[in-house]
Design a protein around this ligand. Structure first.
Ligand code: 3PY
Length: 326
């Protein structure tokens, strides 16, 4: 007789029909209950659920949810950032935490380049002018910034930061980076990147500053008034990490008074921003809604990796991507 599959509790996966394809990856390994149904009937599923599959967009994994899942063995996160999870607390319950580094790098690096290019070349503004029925021509003075040959400053030279540096080679950019640990000389030479031990030097010299750090107590509010005022008035800030890495009030002021030229933000705090947030009214800002990993290929890879991690925990096998409490 076929062994009964374990139960997994999931938040939403994708939308517009794509959810079905993603749940098809999960179904051979788990019986699925989604959060909405679970909350309607926690007693029916509570004791069965052994795996909780979460994304950054998942409503916070509260202690009350965890304690309603007494058989839980693993919280498998889709994505590399785990700032939404209280890893020490979850681990203290004897529950493993896993994540999916490695599979998110390419799509997130592409998103950083997309924001950099669309901010520099004012793609969204040009589109708005183009679709405005009153438009008869694009104004001659509608100018953007040159990307080719510009200086790119990458703050956080982990896997994603490095992929961004690789991509910038195609634009002949000069690359500076700041990271807790300096990369090897071979790594630096392969992408022509120069290390800035002092982040201020990077901020002063870069035309585009890209944030790719994890959100930790040390990186919360990393970019605030002082840092923004070090940047060139012609510079653009791109954030593909977490909204809280930037002091948003300081960013609004810097953008309003021309301390920096523009910003491309895949992440904000909160997400989405309230409709009346001043960032939404600025023409020199491009905002996407935390879609860095939202490609069909990467979403599929993330779910596959979540399942591999969760199955490994349940089978007592070596766990490909475990997050250990610090
Ligand atoms: O990989 C991550 O941390 C993400 O934000 C993906 O959504």
């Amino acid at each position: 007789m076929e062994e009964e599959k374990p139960w997994a509790l999931i938040s939403e996966v994708g939308d517009q029909g794509y959810a079905e394809e993603l749940t098809d990856i999960i179904k051979p390994h788990f019986q699925i209950v989604c959060l909405r149904d679970f909350l309607l009937n926690p007693l029916l599923y509570g004791h069965k659920v052994q795996a909780l599959l979460v994304w950054n967009s998942f409503p916070a994994v509260e202690p009350s949810l965890l304690t309603s899942l007494p058989s839980l063995k693993v919280v498998a996160n889709g994505g590399v950032g785990i700032d939404h999870l209280d890893v020490p607390y979850i681990s203290s319950l004897g529950v493993k935490v896993t994540y999916t580094p490695g599979v998110v790098n390419e799509a997130t690096a592409d998103m950083a380049m997309a924001l950099l290019l669309s901010s520099a070349r004012r793609v969204v503004e040009a589109h708005q002018i183009a679709v405005d029925p009153k438009t008869t021509h694009i104004p001659q003075c509608f100018m953007g910034d040159e990307v080719t040959g510009a200086t790119l400053g990458i703050i956080g030279m982990g896997r994603i930061g490095y992929k961004i540096a690789q991509r910038s080679r195609g634009f002949d950019m000069k690359v500076l980076y700041h990271n807790r640990n300096r990369r090897s000389v071979e790594d630096e030479q392969a992408v022509g990147a120069s290390y800035c031990q002092n982040m201020d030097d990077l901020l002063k010299e870069s035309d585009f500053v890209v944030l790719v750090v994890n959100l930790t107590p040390e990186t919360t509010g990393l970019i605030s008034h002082r840092e923004l005022s070090l940047m060139k008035p012609t510079a653009t800030l791109v954030n593909v990490s977490r909204g809280l890495v930037v002091d948003q009030d300081a960013l609004v002021k810097a953008l309003q008074c021309g301390k920096i030229r523009g910003a491309g933000l895949d992440v904000t705090h909160p997400e989405p921003l309230p409709r009346d947030h001043p960032l939404l009214g600025l023409s020199n800002v491009v905002i996407t809604l935390h879609i860095g990993t939202n490609t069909y290929t990467t979403s599929r890879r993330m779910v596959k990796r979540m399942i591999e991690n969760a199955v490994a925990v349940l089978k007592g096998q070596p766990i490909p991507d475990e997050v250990k409490p610090k």
